[in-house]
Design a protein around this ligand. Structure first.
Ligand code: SF4
Length: 387
């Protein structure tokens, strides 16, 4: 059966929408809004963003462009997009890790169980309830960061918030701390009103960014952002960004945590979104020594497992270099024999930050004599050639 068109939306469909919204709120979603099935405003910016290399080496973002801008291509018969948000504002004390150089800073979204699983489960329960409520099968699709979809623009289109100068979805009620998911419905329901942009003269996120990635507001290119470098790519991290990383070993929340709209929300009380043991503020020395087995066990329920141990230990090598204590230097020495060249190469950089110590300079010279990998040799050559 074809979906009812939007012009046919009736009082009944309005009531059904409010019933679905109430049920979703009851099931653990904190914010719910409804968008039309059309391309979101400003979707045409995607071309310019891709042309500027905004996606870095995430080639998949440049694929399926037509589908990405037009949600209707993801589901025949799409009539309404329901967007859900779950508050994950952390306890403010968790953000103090940035000031503890011996600890690794893990982005707030990755300190709890994987939100993809939590939201997907709740959306599935909502879809089951809807079928019962309708008394017949309902054609729908559920997404939690799992489809070629302009998720934040679609969320802004639904009125859940607006896309702020930091490119995040900003909610008047929860600030920037919302996990997002979508329920594509074949039911035609009236769309909610869009939320105007309330950023105004505020520039806090732009000023807080450690790499200047938000100098141009509303325009974040992945290769300028520490979240991209520490999570999304296997490439070596550019030297120019490594000091700015500090102790960030998985993501960066600086542009999120300063948003003044966060004060309208509160730390999440959701029992499934409480920080996991060990993953909150791990010791850098411990992270550097994780084996594949201990890594999997420690992060088995966390999104950290998705990017893998090697990327994490690459980041840890940079953080150790930024810490620079005697223990950090000793650990970097050990990492010169790590099985993966990416980690060895970043350990070289970390040691290079302290090469005025004679023992460090000697360790680098020794590595220069024995290292065979081309990438690691490049890192060493920068420090050792001609010395
Ligand atoms: Fe907008 Fe200010 Fe929040 Fe940035 S910090 S997203 S400018 S309100």
């Amino acid at each position: 059966m074809l979906p009812i068109s939007h012009t046919q939306c009736t009082h009944q469909s309005h009531e059904l929408k409010e019933e679905i919204r109430s049920k979703a709120l009851e099931m653990g979603f904190d914010s719910v809004a409804f968008a039309p099935p059309t391309p979101p405003p400003h979707h045409e910016c995607l071309d310019a963003w891709l042309a500027a290399g905004g996606h870095g080496d995430m080639a998949w973002m440049a694929r399926n462009q037509e589908r990405r801008v037009d949600p209707a291509q993801l589901m025949p018969g799409l009539a309404t997009i329901m967007v859900v948000g779950v508050n994950y504002q952390p306890d403010p004390t968790l953000l103090t890790t940035l000031h503890k150089p011996a600890k690794g800073y893990i982005s707030a979204y990755a300190r709890n169980k994987d939100y993809h699983d939590i939201l997907k489960k709740r959306l599935k329960a909502l879809a089951q309830w809807l079928e019962k409520r309708l008394g017949h099968a309902h054609e729908g699709r559920l997404f939690v960061d799992t489809a070629p979809l302009l998720e934040r623009p679609v969320a802004a289109h639904s009125g859940l918030g607006w896309q702020g100068k930091n490119s995040m979805l900003v909610s008047r009620h929860y600030g920037c701390w919302l996990f997002l998911g979508e329920f594509f419905l074949s039911l035609a329901l009236p769309a909610d009103a869009c939320e105007p942009d309330h950023c105004g003269q505020c520039r806090r996120c732009q000023q807080a960014c450690p790499t200047g990635a938000l100098d141009r507001p509303y325009w974040l290119l992945a290769p300028d952002c520490l979240a991209y470098w520490t999570i999304e790519t296997d490439l070596p991290i550019p030297h120019a960004l490594r000091r700015a990383m500090g102790n960030r070993v998985y993501g960066c929340d600086d542009c999120v945590m300063v948003c003044p709209f966060n004060r309208f929300g509160a730390p999440t009380q959701d029992p499934l979104l409480q920080p996991q043991d060990g993953g909150q503020e791990p010791d850098l020395l411990m992270l550097a020594q994780l084996t594949e087995e201990t890594f999997r066990s420690m992060f088995r329920q966390s999104p950290v497992k998705r990017s893998g141990r090697i990327r994490l230990q690459r980041n840890v090598a940079v953080a150790l270099g930024n810490w620079g204590s005697a223990e950090a230097i000793a650990m970097l020495n050990q990492l010169l024999t790590h099985e993966h060249p990416l980690v060895r190469g970043h350990a070289v950089w970390g040691l290079g930050e302290h090469r005025h110590h004679i023992a460090v300079a000697e360790a680098l010279q020794q590595a220069w004599r024995v290292e065979a990998d081309g990438y690691v040799r490049q890192e060493l050559a920068r420090l050792c050639q001609g010395v």
